[in-house]
Design a protein around this ligand. Structure first.
Ligand code: HEC
Length: 108
């Protein structure tokens, strides 16, 4: 059994930092609660499939590529989402697994 925090430490922290602070120009911080809320329905897809587009985080543009994590099961994606959206100053509450599964079936 792994939980969101373990997954984060193992797979995300190198780039996004222990406290979600990001890595200079290379990786955006995870502390922009407005971005996280606005993109709520896309986070699962970012996490599983990576991202390669221009994203505005805290008013700064990021365009590096985030790798995909195809090995993460839907439940892992849900748990890591709960972790990041309720850490680093974020307080979004519970993320239902069923919703994450649905989003992952509809990634573009
Ligand atoms: C190799 C470095 C790297 C790793 C590892 C990585 N990311 Fe990212 N992440 C990025 C980059 C770069 C972007 C910006 C992508 C873009 O501009 O399209 C990003 C964007 C994001 C975003 C959306 C933007 C934001 O700041 O809110 C989220 C959410 C996110 N990553 C979560 C995760 C999670 C969860 C993991 C672990 C499962 C992870 N990342 C692992 C580099 C990384």
């Amino acid at each position: 059994m792994s939980n969101g925090k373990d997954i984060y430490k193992a797979k995300c922290q190198n780039c996004h930092g222990e406290n979600g602070e990001g890595l200079g120009q290379l990786a955006p911080p995870l502390t922009d609660s407005v971005f996280l809320k606005t993109n709520k329905n896309r986070l699962a897809c970012f996490i599983k499939n990576g991202a390669n587009e221009s994203l505005m985080i805290h008013g700064k543009e990021y365009k590096e590529k985030m790798p995909a994590f195809p090995e993460l099961a839907d439940i892992d994606v849900a748990q890591v989402m709960v972790y990041i959206t309720n850490s680093f100053g974020n307080k979004q509450g519970f993320v239902p697994y069923s919703q994450v599964s649905k989003h992952l079936q509809n990634c573009k």
